[in-house]
Design a protein around this ligand. Structure first.
Ligand SMILES: *Cc1c(COP(=O)(O)O)cnc(C)c1O
Length: 421
């Protein structure tokens, strides 16, 4: 048995699932505090143990001893491309199609600008960017900023539910810009059918994979996506603020121009020419010198994925989210909790969101008792399940503590919020 056939409904069942879990040994790759149940790997992944020694070597040897020669000798210069190649299989992308660079916000700006420019050449009357009102705010903000800066009559058309997307894409649509797994609800779009529908209507598609990569199997090539960006510090465990990734379909690369044409995107950065000439490949999406210390540590997170595969991760992810939903519904039925995440497993990423009027206070009470999830407005408690290190018994214990907090009313109803929720 690799994953539970039926939902385990006692703590002993959960312990047995952990014993039978083929991914269980991978938890030892991470440094996690003993007294914590960490259910926030969807926001900040845990630290791979290897990252500490890697940081030590980077700082003491590569920076401290080898100094500037490390750009060549320690391979610093190649990191954005080499790590992009290491990440590519998790995206269903090919070799030399991915780079690690900048932040997700900035990468989204670059690919959106590039996509609009591709369309401006082919079909200049297309002036609409379609997205969801519930998309992650930075995605909407970056689009708003670009539209206003371009001042060429572009607009953002936002829909309120996924079901309205198909009808919102028409002959005016330049770009469909979506987040694959929604940060609030955990709902996952059908990437293949949306790509197909958008292409039939002449639109290009940009996917933000922040809550997908490392959590669900992705097939950008097979599904005929156009552009993708996403974070490395969530399910990829790359470290706080680690550089993001960017992918462009090879068929679009030659036409892709980005506005942040820095020297790292130049065909010959060290020729020091006064004219910008984009690199032929995916490096044209880079901008300037990367934060090497942070970038290099992403590799420690990626290395763990070499020890398993995305099918095994998805199987355990669904077993964990199914278990959590079943236990919450069994143990907390008398409380006003609502499930925001799709009940249909096929439409879910790897986190589960519950709403409660005092969601912020309940989450603070959970954190005080060692169960770390997080809170998003309005009233949403998020619980992220990371198959590389979350145990079935952790799910059981987390729900027991949640039920106890709700049963005893041991939470604050205050509206005060910390800066990061
Ligand atoms: C986490 C997240 C981001 C974060 O972007 P940064 O530029 O790294 O701050 C962007 N988009 C989505 C969908 C996210 O979930």
């Amino acid at each position: 048995m690799t994953t539970p056939d039926a939902t385990p409904m006692t703590r002993d069942d959960c312990l047995q699932c952990d014993l039978d879990d083929p991914l269980a040994p991978l938890r030892a790759q991470f440094d996690l505090p003993e007294d914590v149940i960490y259910l926030d790997g969807n926001s900040l992944g845990a630290r791979p143990k290897a990252a500490l020694a890697r940081a030590q070597a980077l700082i003491a040897q590569e920076w401290g001893r080898q100094l500037i020669s490390s750009w060549n000798k320690a391979g610093w210069y190649d990191l954005p491309r080499r790590l992009g190649n290491k990440l590519a299989p998790l995206l269903g992308a090919g070799a030399d199609e991915v780079v690690l660079t900048d932040s997700t916000s900035i990468n989204l700006f670059k690919v959106l600008a590039g996509a609009l420019q591709c369309q401006a050449r082919l079909a200049p009357s297309r002036k609409v960017i379609v997205s969801e009102r519930g998309n992650f705010p930075t995605d909407l903000y970056m689009a708003q900023g670009l539209i206003s800066w371009l001042a060429r009559g572009y607009s953002l058309r936002l829909v309120d539910s996924a079901g309205e997307l198909a009808a919102a894409i028409d002959g005016d649509t330049a770009v469909l810009m979506l987040t694959h797994v929604n940060y609030r609800s955990g709902a996952m779009h059908d990437m293949q059918s949306l790509n197909r529908h958008a292409h039939e209507h002449g639109a290009l598609v940009i996917w933000d994979l922040a809550h997908s990569v490392g959590a669900v199997p992705l097939a950008l090539q097979r599904d005929e996506a156009d552009f993708a960006v996403g974070c490395t510090y969530k399910y990829l465990n790359g470290g706080p603020g680690a550089p993001a990734f960017l992918w462009i379909a090879p068929r679009l690369l030659a036409a892709f121009e980005q506005p942040l044409s820095g020297w790292w995107a130049h065909a010959q950065p060290f020729a020091m020419q006064p004219e910008f000439l984009p690199e032929a490949g995916i490096a044209r999406a880079l901008c300037g010198t990367p934060p090497v210390l942070s970038l290099a540590l992403v590799e420690c997170g990626l290395d763990v994925f070499d020890l398993t595969d995305m099918q095994a991760i998805r199987q355990k992810s669904l077993a964990l989210t199914n278990l959590f939903i079943a236990l919450v519904e069994a143990r907390c039925a008398s409380h006003p909790l609502a499930l925001l995440t799709p009940r249909d497993a096929a439409q879910r990423g790897s986190h589960v969101s519950l709403t409660h009027t005092h969601g912020y206070g309940v989450m603070q009470a959970l954190i005080a008792r060692g169960v770390i999830g997080d809170y998003r407005e309005p009233h949403i408690m998020r619980f992220g399940f990371t198959p590389l290190y979350t145990r079935y018994a952790d799910v059981w214990d987390a729900v027991e503590i949640l039920a106890d907090i709700l049963d005893t009313g041991a939470y604050s109803s205050s509206d005060a919020r910390a800066k990061v929720t």
